[in-house]
Design a binder for this molecule. Structure first.
Ligand code: SMG
Ligand code: MG
Length: 361
């Protein structure tokens, strides 16, 4: 990494979510995450957001673990200019990589989108809707997002809350682009229920089976006309290549954190373009810091489908940064300022920080 790294600050922040978000693996009422502030010798700074959550339920990373691996391994290695040798902490690695890249790009006056090779100034946006106890609440939420212009609505599902719910949404919104995401909740015993989704005109079914069940996804894709999209499974370009070649999916969701940072995300982008597999940028309920990097990634030519890059007001009363907005046409502007193009607003950051620590050489 850069020779111009003087210190790195870790900040744990907590922001209330406007509405609790429920997936097959749990409910979040707040957004809590670790922010990484890379500091240059001249006090210049760069920001990155770790996409781990409070508990290791989406994947094996969580905030406490990310804090420690950054503090004791990743940051000391970066400050010493040597490889960390760390395995299995891609979200922590990605946060540091983005922060250091942001620091460098700010000094060069280059935007992250330009640095990535982005080609779009606005990106198409989708929205992800959590599991709701009451179908009326779900229909009302979907209605609001469709009216707001979102170009795809993704419904979270789990065994027992799938076909009937999705059919009700489909009947209420016959023409809306819809998808579903199971967050790896189905197994051999429950997978057959998914076949009932095949005639609901879904754009795709995201991560139905456990992350390591490549064979299961291959078999399921053979049984279904609806494309499968992999999220949790795709942890690297190598896995992406296997999934594409073996037809375990027809679409890939790319998250900077899950794949370990921009360098790996760009490798996935390259190979997906070669094989014609459409990509979209996933989300982890990021604050504006993480959202900025996601939107920069979405500006690349291979990201042809609407991402989970929703407006700040879909998540928070007040974001950490200036808010990201989605226009009535369902698109969002790609930041064009240096680096990620945004930074936390000092008063918002102060109000959200619950812990901070500076790591020096
Ligand atoms: O950022 O809008 C967002 C959330 C998108 O559904 C979303 N993310 O598996 O794709 C996914 C989930 C993971 C996080 S759920 C708290
Ligand atoms: Mg997902």
């Amino acid at each position: 990494m850069t020779a111009d790294l003087a210190a790195v600050e870790l900040l744990r922040v907590r922001l209330p979510l406007k509405r609790a978000f429920t997936t097959s693996f749990g409910t979040s009422a707040d957004k809590e995450c670790v922010l990484v502030r890379a500091i240059g010798p001249d006090d210049a700074e760069g920001w990155g957001e770790c996409t781990a959550m409070e508990a290791p339920r989406y994947s094996g990373e969580w905030n406490d673990g990310a804090w420690l691996v950054l503090r004791d391994h990743l940051i000391p290695a970066a400050l010493a200019g040597r490889p960390s040798g760390v395995r299995s902490h891609p979200m922590a690695e990605a946060a540091l990589e983005v922060a250091v890249t942001d620091l460098e790009l700010r000094s060069e006056g280059v935007s992250l989108s330009t640095h990535f090779g982005g080609v779009r100034h606005r990106v198409p946006c989708g929205v992800s809707v959590g599991i709701e106890d009451r179908i009326d609440d779900l229909l009302e939420l979907v209605s609001g997002f469709v009216s707001a212009g979102y170009r795809r609505v993704k419904l979270k599902i789990e065994p027992g809350r799938d076909v009937e719910t999705v059919r009700a949404v489909r009947e209420a919104f016959p023409h809306a682009p819809l998808s579903v995401d199971a967050n790896a909740a189905y197994t051999g015993e429950t997978v057959d229920a998914l076949l009932g989704l095949d005639d609901l005109g879904l754009e795709y079914i995201e991560q139905p089976l456990p992350e390591d069940d490549l064979l299961g996804h291959i078999e399921l894709q053979r049984r279904m006309a609806t494309p499968l999209c992999l999220d949790e499974t795709v942890t690297s370009a190598r896995v992406a290549r296997a999934a594409i070649e073996l037809e375990a999916c027809r679409i890939i969701n790319v998250k900077l954190g899950r794949v370990g940072g921009p360098a790996e995300a760009l490798r996935i982008h390259e190979l997906a373009r070669e094989s014609g597999v459409p990509l979209w940028v996933g989300g982890m309920l990021e604050t504006g810091v993480g959202r900025a990097a996601n939107v920069a990634l979405a500006s690349l030519p291979g990201f042809t489908l609407p991402g989970d890059t929703s407006a700040s007001d879909r998540y928070f009363e007040a974001d950490l940064t200036e808010p990201f907005e989605v226009d009535a046409d369902g698109t969002m502007a790609v930041p064009d300022g240096p680096g990620i193009g945004v930074a936390p607003l000092p008063d918002r950051l102060e109000a959200a920080v619950v812990e901070r620590l500076t790591v020096r050489p």
